[in-house]
Design a protein around this ligand. Sequence first.
Ligand SMILES: *[C@@H]1O[C@H](CO)[C@@H](O)[C@H](O)[C@H]1NC(C)=O
Ligand SMILES: *[C@@H]1O[C@H](CO)[C@@H](O)[C@H](O)[C@H]1NC(C)=O
Ligand SMILES: *[C@@H]1O[C@H](CO)[C@@H](O)[C@H](O)[C@H]1NC(C)=O
Ligand SMILES: *[C@@H]1O[C@H](CO)[C@@H](O)[C@H](O)[C@H]1NC(C)=O
Ligand SMILES: *[C@@H]1O[C@H](CO)[C@@H](O)[C@H](O)[C@H]1NC(C)=O
Length: 366
Amino acid sequence: MFGAMRHHWLLLGACGWVLLILMFVSRFITFRAVDDYRERLGQSWTVAGSKMVKHIPVSIPERQAPRASPQPSAVPAAAAYWQEVAEKRIESLSAVCKNSSLRNLTHVSISKFVLDRIFVCDEHKILFCQTPKVGNTQWKKVLIVLNGAFPTVEEIPENLVHDHEKNGLPRLSSLSAQEITERLNTYFKFFIVRDPFERLISAFKDKFVANPRFEPWYKHDIAPAIIRKYRKSHRSSNLSASGLHFEDFVRYLGDVEGRRRTDRQFGEHIIHWVTYAELCAPCEINYSVVGHHETLEQDAPHILKAAGIDRLVSYPAIPPGITRYNRTKVEHYFSGISKRDIRRLYARYQGDFLMFGYPSPDFLLN
Ligand SMILES: *[C@@H]1O[C@H](CO)[C@@H](O)[C@H](O)[C@H]1NC(C)=O
Ligand SMILES: *[C@@H]1O[C@H](CO)[C@@H](O)[C@H](O)[C@H]1NC(C)=O
Ligand SMILES: *[C@@H]1O[C@H](CO)[C@@H](O)[C@H](O)[C@H]1NC(C)=O
Ligand SMILES: *[C@@H]1O[C@H](CO)[C@@H](O)[C@H](O)[C@H]1NC(C)=O
Ligand SMILES: *[C@@H]1O[C@H](CO)[C@@H](O)[C@H](O)[C@H]1NC(C)=O
């Protein structure tokens, strides 16, 4: 009888928990649909005016201590749950970093290339490693405002967002060795990842298919170089007329040795497809949080809170489903590409899959 009662209470507890999570999730369902997520995201960030920013004490919250919140509302429960998810991710990242058989896929040196990727918000003691194609421009805009160079996100001129001499959001590489170490040891540090293969598809579409006019080098320099080296029958085709195929791109990315020289020629542009390990050195730098694009609805508020800036900014509405992993799309892009090429690509990006807990894409490999 005692056993049955216990069972009863457990069930009740579980129901309560599910209800709390549902209440939290429902906050995101009422957002209006936004047709162009990337473009419009920036406009809907709300940031408190610079005046208010000054009044908020700069403090980094204790990351380990649970956020004691006396009032039993739904949001703190869900937030506490997500805090746990985020901590588990960091633990599993650190376990993969310790796996010596994966060393050459997970460990990189903290080079100038890595320090160039990391932006510094001294005002709130935050370091942000930029990883393209996960809404990073928006995070940068918020940090620019928090650093005080502009009062609101809307007032930052588009051409200044990536001009780190003028926008008041310096790169970590611009500081002295001592200043760098000090910040790496004490600041809140984060970056965002997404499924590694979906990320490569996104980079391919964005840089070689959509091909905006203001980035002509992808079409005129990088694509022909990849085609010349990796397309089986490039002699019979007209390089400038036929664009890069996803197949060419996959063979280039999976070619561990051959890539080294090409990547050096391509310069900074490789940030769109080199591994997250190479961009942010997650095994060398103790990041506080690694957000996932697929769960941005939960990760964005968690990051703001963990960084101690949730009262200054709020994350814009994310249209439901827009960040979800789309297996159909991945299958579509990889259909017709040889298993050998896909397996080589996976071997090259396996570190990213394992470090951030993405399941290996067995439906493509076997
Ligand atoms: C290290 O990674 C390899 C490859 O994923 C795996 O087979 C092995 O079990 C891992 N070792 C440990 C100690 O986790
Ligand atoms: C990592 O090392 C293994 C052997 O230990 C090798 O087979 C693999 O090609 C290497 N990967 C990279 C990216 O260098
Ligand atoms: C290749 O295509 C471009 C654009 O369509 C054209 O201007 C050029 O003459 C072609 N070259 C050859 C060798 O066919
Ligand atoms: C990172 O954190 C772990 C555990 O908190 C610690 O053992 C390690 O020394 C730290 N590494 C650096 C480079 O700060
Ligand atoms: C997934 O991708 C496919 C192919 O690109 C597309 O037709 C479909 O609408 C996408 N599904 C979702 C839920 O976005």
